[in-house]
Design a protein around this ligand. Sequence first.
Ligand code: PHE
Length: 345
Amino acid sequence: MPGFDLDAVKNQIEQDAATVDSLLKLEELRVKYLGRKGVLAELTAGIGAVPPQERAGFGQKVNVLKNTLNALVAEKQKLFSPRSGQSPASSFDIGMPGINQNLGHLHPITQVVDEICGIFTSMGFVAVSGPEIETEYNNFTGLNIPLEHPSREAFDTFYLKPAGGNQRQRYLLRSHTSPVQVRVMKTAKPPLAVVVPGRVYRPDAVDASHLFMFHQIEGFMVDKGIRFSDLKGVLDVFVKRVFGKDVKTRFRPHFFPFTEPSAEVDVSCIICKGKGCSVCGKKGWLEILGSGMIHPNVFKNVGYEPKKYSGFAFGMGIERIAMLKYGINDIRLFFENDLRFLRQF
Ligand code: PHE
């Protein structure tokens, strides 16, 4: 057939085949030459136009080309099919390292919250949560913090615009987890042993140890005959389990409107073991939480008889515990979402 140079076609096939390096390219090659409208179909259709004396020879050559191409496609197919398993050049190499799956993990604060709640639930406490938007009553008044009390100032927080309904009830972002004491005691009767993890908000200027939002865990126990020694025992177990057996606890008199007597609790410095260093300000002790015996006025506010029941309460900042535990010197690191920091936990 004039115009068909079979040698040129053969050369072109060889050139094209040399560039095939994937199943996709192989399919392109197959369609180009063996497809319904491919080069070989065209050649076959043209056989009739070849002068009779050359026709047989031409037809034979076309057939040979077709067979060679079929064999070539079949062979390359094996080479690139991952599941063929027969070819030494199979793309599956069991000696290659696997592809690392990037699994996430819990935020360090969540890990510390879980650990602390776990310690208390193992002692029989139940974990509950309360809302971050709280009433002014539960955040202050119910906890024996009257309107004009100076201790409100440090807690004076983010108030929300009243949205219809009870205009006399003011809402705010809670400044501590203590309002959940009021919520729980209003709905349940003693005996109670409860821990409350959650976010709290304060109008604090941001620096290495302050944020306007952080996490606390509140704990409280109410029953007949609960004493200060119960508080000391529970907190001592907690401290030893979080920071280690050798760490000592110290109760320092303090004031909170909702507890009487009140104490701040220190642990012996876990950095210098109590000798005095820059972290503990050469004191050898680190303050970790506030605590005390629940004030009779709080019991009255929730409808408990103060003569019948007694109880203790404590509240701690989670970021502070996590910073001491892991030797972190800036609270802001927890919330910057810098993976170089977060991946260390
Ligand atoms: N609510 C107090 C605070 O945020 C901590 C506290 C809780 C103190 C319970 C005593 C009892 O500082």
